[in-house]
Design a protein around this ligand. Structure first.
Ligand SMILES: NC(=O)c1ccc[n+]([C@@H]2O[C@H](COP(=O)([O-])OP(=O)(O)OC[C@H]3O[C@@H](n4cnc5c(N)ncnc54)[C@H](OP(=O)(O)O)[C@@H]3O)[C@@H](O)[C@H]2O)c1
Length: 291
């Protein structure tokens, strides 16, 4: 019997990949407003994760052994859902002895002391980072057995993700588009992260784990590599910029939002891939499909 896995945010970016790759689980995803991509052998349930009664009914019905909570990101206006959903799921998973993996972000840090390890002190500076940090604290206090996985910027390679789509569109609209030279992240291929999470789902781990790519890339180099990957020629309106001149409220020195994921790499068989390694694997896959 495959373990019963519940993935919240089943129509989200990471959630969709997790459910698609969860072939050795009996997988269920939650939906909110967005309809799901049809996936073979995956069941979906609509649930507002801020509503205690809906959450209880969902868990009664699905009886998951493992729950990976990807829902409630920086998309959408309701950042408070990040905290309330995390609290509800932490209580319920503790009471029901469900293994709980909660997704968090590198933005719980301020960018002043990288590369960050699991024991680094959090110091979020924007509303999203603050909400995710509060959610982490709540999860740890309400379910000490939970595992909090902090990850970095996610990207897709088989078809462009949302941010890469915007970049590709800009090459045809001619509108100015700046890619920051001073924003460095430990970006990770969403399929690589999904594999790592599904491996972790079978292990009895608690606490905090950082899972990012092994190579720090700034947004300019990252964007240029993604354009190359999707065979799009950069145009002159795609320009180098800096966070400072953009006026965005971001950690002041995002060079320092990079992660040290060596703890995860020691625990996992799934290798954490750099962008160039991930591109090679994605390329092999598409070559095999076209043969
Ligand atoms: N993407 C990244 O680069 C990145 C980087 C670091 C960390 N993370 C973390 O990784 C996780 C997954 O990110 P993602 O990019 O896959 O997120 P996403 O694509 O924005 O998906 C989030 C999902 O949460 C659902 N949701 C929002 N409010 C809800 C509610 N009250 N009840 C039920 N579902 C609700 C949304 O459904 P509707 O759209 O239907 O409302 C959506 O499907 C998040 O925890 C995020 O903070 C992501």
């Amino acid at each position: 019997m495959n373990p019963r896995l519940l993935v919240t945010g089943g129509a989200g970016f990471l959630g969709t990949h997790l459910l698609r790759q969860a072939k050795s689980f009996t997988a269920t995803g939650t939906l909110h407003h967005t309809p799901a991509t049809a996936l073979p052998n995956v069941t979906f349930h609509v649930c507002d994760l801020e509503q205690p009664e809906e959450v209880r009914m969902l868990l009664d019905r699905v009886q998951p052994e493992i729950m990976i909570h990807t829902a409630c990101s920086d998309q959408g206006a309701n950042l408070s859902a990040i905290v309330s959903a995390a609290g509800l799921l932490a209580i319920q998973s503790d009471e029901r002895r469900i293994r709980f993996i909660h997704l968090s972000t590198d933005q719980v840090f301020d960018g002043m002391a990288a590369p960050y390890i699991e024991t680094s002190t959090t110091c979020p500076i924007n509303p999203y980072g603050k909400a995710k940090s509060q959610a982490e604290d709540l999860v740890r206090s309400l379910n000490p057995q939970a595992l909090i996985v902090r990850t970095s910027l996610l990207y897709a390679l088989r078809s462009p993700d949302r941010q890469t789509r915007h970049l590709i569109q800009a090459t045809s609209t001619g509108n100015p588009f700046r890619l920051f030279m001073d924003e460095w992240r430990s970006s990770i291929w969403v399929e690589n992260l999904a594999d790592a999470l599904l491996e972790i789902a079978t292990k009895d781990l608690s606490g905090i784990l950082h899972i990012g790519g092994p190579q720090a890339l700034n947004r300019w180099d990252f964007g240029m590599q993604l354009l190359q990957h999707f065979n799009v020629t950069p145009t002159s309106n795609i320009q180098k910029g800096t966070i400072q001149e953009s006026g965005l409220v971001r950690p002041p020195n995002l060079t320092n939002l990079t992660f040290n994921s060596s703890k995860a790499q020691q625990l996992l068989q799934t290798p954490l891939l750099s962008l160039s390694e991930a591109r090679m694997i994605a390329q092999k896959f598409s070559d095999n499909l076209s043969e």
